[in-house]
Design a protein around this ligand. Structure first.
Ligand code: SF4
Length: 370
């Protein structure tokens, strides 16, 4: 069992908070897409399993690629791997790319899930984040997808934006809930040094919200989405019944994946590989990688990290069986103070973080690391 990831690192406009690898030179897009097909052929044997369960187009902005080209990637993958069990094919999209024509064509492809970067339903917040769309365009994009029968939709929202909490955040949550989509990802705004927002913060033009305010907003999001019937199943992810993201869930469960495109990461057996070529080099066929071999300890820490971010938590029985009794004991000891603090709870052999306390998951994960 494995998953496939296609990385389209192009963006028409750079969001003020974004630290991902992306480029604005859309003239390279055609050549990058062609080179991605070559890379897919060359790396088809990277995966131990040829049995693919999900395909994901991420970025950047994959909706800058025409639906017919998205379908060409999917057909190509079908020719190389066993895709008979693929249940989910997701396309990340920006709302303003989803024109009538685009969605009409997208509905003819095998894509069956769209993940929309909406971020806020407040035009002021969208402008501050330098997003390309308005709140009205985002709502129309969701309605249009549904009109064409694409109703497996996820939306991203961002909270923790100074000056846009309180009523503005409540309004964004209400609008998100009204859209009645199956999946919502809610991220706390992070200020990365090399971004426009990072620069504004250094110059004193932007003041991030306090930790107390972050906690308050986190709980507002958690309570509102829970009350609306969403399960808080991962630190930043909420789903209605049967709507958990299959591709991301596979990633969190340590399923191997092949990533294609400049900047894409891959993982198989004891190896992690990432493409370090710039889009420009990549477009010219210069595709370079870096990789690392993963030790048993790396695997265990990865398991601890991804599991503690999910509502299922870690299974001490599995840790004992796979990594040894001493690690299960060590984690049990480390868990004591977190259990007393009401952050972690025990259920059978499982240790999990209460969803309302996910905000401190990084500290718990660090305490549980070998
Ligand atoms: S569209 Fe996405 S990848 Fe592109 S700049 Fe904005 S947040 Fe970053």
């Amino acid at each position: 069992m494995a998953t496939l990831y296609f990385h389209i690192p192009f963006c028409q406009r750079i969001c003020s908070y974004c630290d991902f690898y992306k480029v604005g030179a859309l003239s390279l897009l055609y050549n990058v897409v062609e080179e991605m097909h070559c890379e897919l052929d060359k790396r088809k044997d990277y995966l131990a399993s040829q049995h693919i369960t999900s395909i994901y187009f991420g970025g950047g902005t994959p909706s800058l690629v025409q639906p017919s080209e998205i379908e060409r990637f999917i057909s190509h993958a079908r020719g190389l791997f066993d895709c008979s069990a693929v249940e989910e094919i997701t396309l990340e999209a920006n709302p303003d790319d989803l024109t009538e024509e685009y969605v009409k064509e997208l509905a003819k492809t095998s894509v069956n899930r769209v993940s929309l970067g909406i971020q806020s339903f407040d035009d002021g917040a969208l402008e501050m984040m330098n997003r390309r769309h308005t709140a009205a365009e985002a709502k129309e994009a969701v309605a249009r997808l549904k009109r064409y029968g694409i109703d497996n939709i996820s939306i991203d929202i961002i909270f923790g934006i100074a000056g846009y909490g309180g009523e503005t955040l409540l309004n964004t949550l209400n609008e998100a809930i009204k859209l009645d989509v199956g999946h919502i990802s809610a991220y706390h705004l992070t200020i990365e040094e090399r971004t426009k927002l990072g620069l504004m913060t250094q110059r004193g033009e932007y003041t991030p919200i306090s930790d107390e305010e972050s906690e308050r907003e986190y709980m507002v999001v958690h309570e509102a989405l829970k009350a609306a019937g969403y399960e808080h199943y991962e630190v930043s992810n909420y789903a209605k019944e049967g709507c958990r993201a299959r591709h991301n869930s596979a990633y969190w469960q340590g399923v191997e994946y092949l990533g294609i495109g400049p900047g894409a990461h891959s993982f198989s057996r004891d190896n992690r590989t990432w493409c370090i070529s710039s889009a420009k080099e990549y477009a010219e066929g210069v595709v370079k990688y870096e990789s690392e071999e993963l030790s048993s300890l790396d695997h265990m820490n990865e398991y601890v990290m991804t599991s503690l971010r999910r509502v299922e938590g870690i299974d001490l029985g599995f840790i004992e069986e796979r990594f040894g009794a001493k690690h299960a004991m060590r984690i049990k000891d480390a868990a004591r103070e977190w259990i007393e603090a009401g952050v972690v709870y025990v259920e059978g052999s499982r240790l999990a973080i209460r969803p309302e306390r996910f905000l401190v998951s990084d500290a718990v994960i660090e305490a549980f690391f070998a």
